[in-house]
Write a protein of this length. Sequence first.
Length: 245
Amino acid sequence: MKTKKGISHLEMILSFVIFISFLIFLFIIFPVRNTEQGKAGLEAAETGILNFTDARITSLGVGLNDTAIEKIIDKKNCFCFETGLDIGKVIVKDDADKSANATAISKIKDGKIDGSKVCINGTEKFYQIYYSTYFTEKAFLIDCFTITQEYGLKIGILSDYRALSYDRINSLNTSYYSDYNKLLTQFSMPKDSNFGFIITDMNGKEIFRVMKEKTGGGVNARNIPIQIAYTNGTFQEVILNIQSW
C-alpha cells in the first residue's frame, strides 16, 4: 500500500511539473499582453492615424427663392454672398450633387483676414458648400451679383465634421513602410506595441491595407465608420479598421 501510495504521489508531482512546463512554454510562444497596455496602444494608434490623415470639413447650406434667382439671371448667372467665415477653399454642389464653379474670397480689414464671401456660378435654388484647406477649387472670375437675405437668400446651419484625406492616407502608407519607428514615436505608442490599419468600402472591398506582419500576443481592433475626402470635393463612406498588438 505504501509503495502504491508513493507511486501515486510521484505521478501527481510529475504531472504538475509537466503542466507548469507547458504553461511556461505557452507564455513564451504567446505572451499575455497587459489589457491596459493593449487598450492604450489602440487608443494611441487611433489618435495618431486620425490626426495624420485629418481633413476637417465645414459644411453650409444655402437656399434661394424665385426672386433671388431672377436677380442672379440678370447678373451673368452668378452670385456672391457674405459668410463671415474664412475656413479655406470651397467645393459647391447643387441639389443633384453636381459640382458648380465657386470661389471663396477673403476679406481684408486692417491688414488681417476678416471673414469671406463665396461666389457661385449657377442659378439653382439650393447649394451645399464645403470648406476645407484641403480642397482644390473650381474657381472662376466673373463680376457677380452680391445677394443678401433681403433678396431671398437663406443660409443654413453650419456644421463641422472630420474626414480622412485620401492624399494623406497615401502619405501615411508611405511613412509606415519607410520610417515605421518614427511613426511609433510620433503616435506615442506604448513600448513594444505595434499598429496597422485597413480601410474598406461599405461592401468590404479593401482600399488601403497598411499592416505589418503580426508577432506575439493577441490583437486589439476597432472599426470606425468615416468618410474619405478627395481634393475635388467628392466623398466616400468607408470603414477604418485599426489594429494594435
